[in-house]
Design a protein around this ligand. Structure first.
Ligand code: HPA
Length: 245
């Protein structure tokens, strides 16, 4: 069974068969919402809305530890994150779907490890490749079968939010090698690795990042909503193929 974490623009999975909500509790507190179990094209999945079903939890307020733990407890074999991002660089324009392959973490103050608290041995995980190779390949193959273009690779810069970035911050991210900018990729990916859960992300570009392209002067939030509405239909098609294979 696959776990799917939906971000902005994907607080619900349309057409889920036999949906059941189940409240999860974890040693790390409460997840963003109840888990939704159900069938996506006949295959059992479990879905969690990262910002809550009513989109009320800001990126810095998300209990990432509880979310990832709850999915692990539900018995998932892996986690597919659907994440909305800004695109840096012209090949990552609005509407692009990207299977990211690297991360730069700019967040601060988030609870980012399970190896926390007194009497815990110091533990370092390998994070050279933050996303699971096999699950990334599965996402790319699923996109190809669905007839949807997905870009193979991109560096995800994770900012603290909830505000969007300044133009100078985006120039700095570009110099750092980032192709995408979002607010929720970390510590989610690292926590999944700590639990040995395969994790990969389908990143949906909602807008040109601040100061670039048609966001040169400001980012239009209305335009973002429209791009996301259309892109999530394509994401849904890819997800149907992911669970099949
Ligand atoms: N920056 C950070 N997060 C985002 C953006 C952005 O431009 N667009 C969607 N999520």
């Amino acid at each position: 069974m696959l776990g799917i974490i939906g971000g902005s623009g994907l607080a619900r999975l349309a057409g889920l068969g036999n949906p059941r909500r189940s409240i999860a509790r974890t040693p790390w507190g409460d997840p963003s919402c109840a888990l939704t179990f159900g069938e996506l094209d006949g295959r059992e999945i479990v879905f969690l809305a990262r910002h809550g079903y009513g989109h009320t939890i800001a990126p810095h307020e998300i209990n990432y530890r509880a979310n990832v733990w709850a999915l692990r407890d539900a018995g998932v074999e892996g986690v597919v994150s659907v994440a909305t991002v800004g695109g840096i660089g012209s090949e990552y324009g609005p509407g692009a779907i990207v299977v990211a392959d690297q991360i730069v973490d700019y967040t601060h103050g988030r609870r980012g490890t399970y190896f926390d608290g007194p009497n815990q041995p110091v533990t370092h995980i390998d994070f050279t490749e933050p996303y699971d190779r096999a699950l990334r390949a599965r996402l790319l193959a699923a996109a190809a079968r669905a007839g949807e273009t997905a870009i193979d690779g991109g560096v995800y810069g994770c900012t603290q939010g909830p505000r969007l970035e300044t133009a100078a911050e985006i120039r700095r991210l570009a110099r750092d090698g980032c192709d995408l900018v979002g607010m929720t990729g970390m510590p989610e990916a690292a926590l999944a690795r700590e639990l040995d859960l395969p994790y990969a992300a389908l990143c949906v570009v909602a807008n040109h990042a601040a100061g670039t392209g048609d966001s040169a002067e400001r980012i239009s939030l209305e335009a973002i909503a429209e791009v996301l509405d259309q892109a999530m239909v394509r994401v849904r098609r890819i997800l149907s193929e992911v669970v099949r294979g």
